[in-house]
Design a protein around this ligand. Structure first.
Ligand SMILES: [Zn+2]
Length: 142
């Protein structure tokens, strides 16, 4: 998973989470975070940064279309647990000539704006805040 894919995947999670929260499928960001195994601070941050607009929807009489979009958003978020378990391998070249087979690192909550998954394992700088030289990229000044 390259950085762009990781960011894209994270954006999909965010969109699905905000959708479910806006329909009050989950009443609090924390409930949603716990249900899908997402980091609490991340979901809270997403919700705080959204318009926090709640649409009143009668959950006992959903239209088929609403039910479908809710189901799809739920599936997207369920995909996160699978992603966590089956992360792609790091792939860094080892001195022995092979490639590192450890799973790529999951970034801490404050790093999720750069994508939830790093492109290297923790041994190979996946959690480093510095952008590695092999992939020239703009470093954001913080
Ligand atoms: Zn590695």
């Amino acid at each position: 998973m390259n950085p762009a894919q990781s960011r894209e995947f994270t954006a999909r999670l965010e969109k699905a989470a905000l959708f479910l929260l806006s329909l009050e499928v989950f009443r609090k960001p924390d409930d949603l975070a716990r249900r899908f195994g997402l980091p609490l601070p991340v979901v809270r941050h997403w919700w705080r940064n959204s318009d926090q607009q709640i649409q009143a929807v009668d959950h006992l009489s959903l239209t088929p279309k609403q039910a479908k979009t809710i189901r799809r958003a739920t599936q997207t978020l369920e995909g996160w647990e699978k992603r966590k378990r089956y992360r792609p391998p790091c792939g860094a070249l080892l001195a022995s000539g092979g490639k590192c087979k450890l799973s790529v690192a999951i970034r801490p909550p404050e790093g999720w704006d750069r994508g939830c998954l790093a492109d290297r394992c923790r041994m190979h700088g996946g959690l480093s805040r510095r952008v590695r030289k092999v992939k020239p990229q703009q470093e954001d000044e913080t």
